[in-house]
Design a protein around this ligand. Structure first.
Ligand SMILES: [Fe+2]
Length: 202
């Protein structure tokens, strides 16, 4: 059976408005190539899994084709999704959260400023990502650290906002000054897009 393939990555035009805060077009154009790499490898692994010999005798936890494909799938698909959300929720007017997500942030963190400080610190404490997750079970948001494309989200959390803090997201514009990049990023969060994601999750 032919596996379903992912939608080809495309940068929404709005992301280029981040130039006004110093996150350049060139950064996004280079970043798109990485996102495409995650999409291509996701598809490649889906095709390989569609054809793999599923004989349990051939599976092995130290090394086997099944293990290699499944472990790398989480990295490839994770990278694809993380970047989809990053670019979907960027290129807005930033500032304070609006709409339903603002109420959830207030409920979980006490105030927007408290959340903003937590978000920035989470982004500095992470090796690759900061995630805002929404749990329909608890009807609550939480900011997760992502060290890699496949760590550390938790089950049943919907990804509302994803901030890439790998150096490729900012080195060209800010060199090693990650905190400055995060400050710039927070001025261009698209809260309308975040609220649309929340509505879908609910
Ligand atoms: Fe990235």
């Amino acid at each position: 059976m032919e596996p379903k393939l992912v939608e080809a990555p495309q940068l929404p035009e709005k992301v280029f408005t981040t130039e006004k805060v110093g996150i350049s077009r060139k950064t996004h154009e280079e970043h798109l190539k990485l996102w495409q790499g995650y999409a291509n490898k996701t598809d490649e692994i889906r095709k390989a899994l569609a054809e793999i010999d599923t004989d349990p005798a051939k599976a092995n936890q130290i090394y086997s084709q099944m293990r290699a494909l499944k472990v790398n799938y989480a990295f490839a698909y994770g990278g694809y999704i993380n970047h989809s959300v990053y670019f979907d929720t960027m290129g807005g007017s930033g500032g304070k959260a609006s709409g339903d997500v603002a109420a959830l942030i207030d409920e979980a963190f006490g105030s927007f400023d408290r959340w903003a400080a937590d978000w920035k610190a989470t982004g500095i404490a992470g090796r690759g990502w900061a995630y805002l997750g929404y749990s329909p079970d608890e009807q609550r948001v939480f900011t997760f650290i992502g060290d890699s494309q496949d760590t550390f989200p938790a089950w049943n959390n919907h990804l509302l906002l994803a901030m890439d803090v790998y150096e490729h997201a900012y080195y060209l514009d800010f060199q090693t000054a990650r905190a400055k990049y995060i400050d710039a990023y927070m001025q261009v969060i698209d809260w309308d897009a975040v609220n649309r994601r929340l509505a879908r999750a609910r």
